[in-house]
Design a protein around this ligand. Structure first.
Ligand code: ZN
Length: 472
């Protein structure tokens, strides 16, 4: 009896191995091999530098790098190279998103909580970014423990790279909005605490020191100039660049003078003035406008929903129960009359336009997963539309979301389709230069030369949804 059991389990293992082999050989016939050289040809190629696209392009990927980029018929492919025909498609660099909060949101059921903050969930988030064509992001101030620092050292196939600031600094309760995370950052009320927090962070080598300065419409206290100056000074002593979440114009000026190099969010209490623009340019400041991603009020159409809500990407990645709740929320709002736009949304578009016209560096930052209504992936993609609404051209927005965002995060290998760069790119069915919303028309995503298994990810998420339904 025992022997029979062993034999059958042995047979089962053999059957499984056969299946795995069959599946992987099928994948290999569609996608380039794990090692080796592949020529991708025929696509309209948006390089990521703002120049006109290369029509009928060809580019060579050797293992995980681009080696040659040019026009079809004009570049020499090595003998034996695999070929992928992308005629009719548009290729652009994979996106880099310079503002997110990973780990707390469970996309299977829509909950936000500290108990969701696990390695498994964090990697799920990185896979969701990858699914939507995002090659890297940074988690900005809510990374508990060592998890994000550890993941930063890893390269996970089919997942975006992560950068992290560890924990940010805020006046108690004035950091993250979401209740599940508002006690997570360093609570700072004295200069000593500000310096101690940075000293605490330094051995972890966070990518930045993050400082929140926002009174949340007068509902909270915020870090005083004395406190954020101490934090920025301590960061400088440890050779760490500093960034700030900002709301008000005068705080933004004070933070530039204190030595902060970039801002998450734009100025939202008033119109930016010449003094700020001069300071920002003198200090080569960068800023993520953070125009609300998929949740911007102006995206809502007469029928009460935004256009992105109809996108197949939603059905592919979001649990049906969450979609249903969202549809009900839209219907309730439509029936009740649309709420007036917030004061912040009165100033943010014109300020973005003005800063851009003045030549201040703007990069993509979506604030993804900062609450349960900021869905991973869609939040990033729709933010590109908001930046076009602010007055940037689609070509400029693509640069802000690729080359320039990569530069800000010191990810020099990302952000362009160019020889020597990491082979991270999106194959689109339509041209985003015609309409930036076409960044949602994703055919394939490649990260580090490998096609992201989007069908496999869809299957994983669908299995989670049916499990959630059956246990209800
Ligand atoms: Zn944020």
């Amino acid at each position: 009896m025992r022997r029979v059991t062993r034999m059958s389990s042995h047979a089962l293992v053999l059957a499984c191995l056969f299946l795995v082999a069959a599946c992987s050989s099928q994948v290999a016939s569609q996608a380039p091999a794990a090692t080796g050289v592949t020529v991708f040809e025929g696509a309209r190629l948006i390089v990521g530098d703002g120049n006109a696209p290369i029509e009928n392009s060809a580019f060579i990927v050797d293992n995980n790098r681009f080696t040659t980029v040019g026009r079809k018929g004009e570049i020499a492919a090595p003998a034996g190279a695999a070929r992928v025909d992308l005629t009719g498609k548009t290729v652009m660099p994979a996106i880099v998103d310079a503002h997110g909060h990973l780990g707390f949101l469970d996309m299977a059921n829509g909950t936000m909580s500290k108990t969701n903050f696990t390695r498994e969930n964090y990697i799920d988030h990185l896979q969701r970014y990858a699914y939507h064509g995002v090659a890297a992001t940074i988690s900005t101030g809510t990374d508990m423990g060592e998890l994000a620092y550890r993941l930063r050292e890893e390269t996970i196939p089919g997942a975006a790279l992560i950068r992290t600031v560890g924990l940010g600094l805020a006046w108690p309760g004035s950091g993250p909005n979401d209740p599940s995370r508002n006690d997570v950052p360093y609570a700072v009320t004295t200069v000593e605490q500000a310096r101690k927090a940075v000293q605490d962070l330094a051995p972890h080598k966070p990518d930045f020191v993050k400082i929140w300065v926002d009174d949340r419409n007068g509902r909270q206290k915020k870090l005083t100039p004395e406190l954020y100056q101490a934090a920025a000074d301590e960061a400088r002593k440890h050779n760490l660049p500093a960034i700030a979440h900002v709301f008000g114009l005068e705080d933004a000026k004070g933070l530039v003078r204190a030595g902060v190099e970039g801002f998450l969010h734009s100025i939202r209490d008033s119109a930016v003035d010449d003094e700020f623009i001069k300071l920002a340019k003198e200090h080569n400041i960068w800023l993520t406008p953070n125009l609300g991603g998929m949740n911007r009020a102006s995206l809502i159409r007469a029928n009460g929903t935004p256009e992105w809500f109809d996108d197949p990407l939603v059905r592919e990645t979001i649990a049906p129960a969450i979609i249903k709740a969202r549809a009900e929320m839209y219907e309730k709002r439509r029936a009740g009359g649309a709420p007036a736009p917030s004061a912040a949304q009165t100033f943010d578009l014109p300020n973005t336009r003005k800063l851009h016209a003045a030549g201040v560096r703007l990069v993509l930052g979506s604030d993804t997963a900062g609450d349960s209504n900021r869905w991973i992936g869609m939040m990033t993609l729709v933010e590109l539309e908001n930046m076009v609404a602010a007055g940037l051209t689609p070509a400029e927005v693509i640069v802000a979301a690729t080359r320039d965002a990569a530069a800000v995060l010191r990810l020099d290998q990302l952000g362009m389709v160019a020889a020597g760069k990491s082979a991270d790119f999106i194959v689109l069915d339509r041209n985003p230069l015609d309409n930036i919303a076409n960044v949602r028309k994703i055919s394939q995503v490649y990260l580090r030369g490998q096609e992201v298994d989007r069908a496999g990810l869809r299957a994983k998420w669908q299995a989670q949804w049916s499990k959630a339904t059956s246990t209800q």
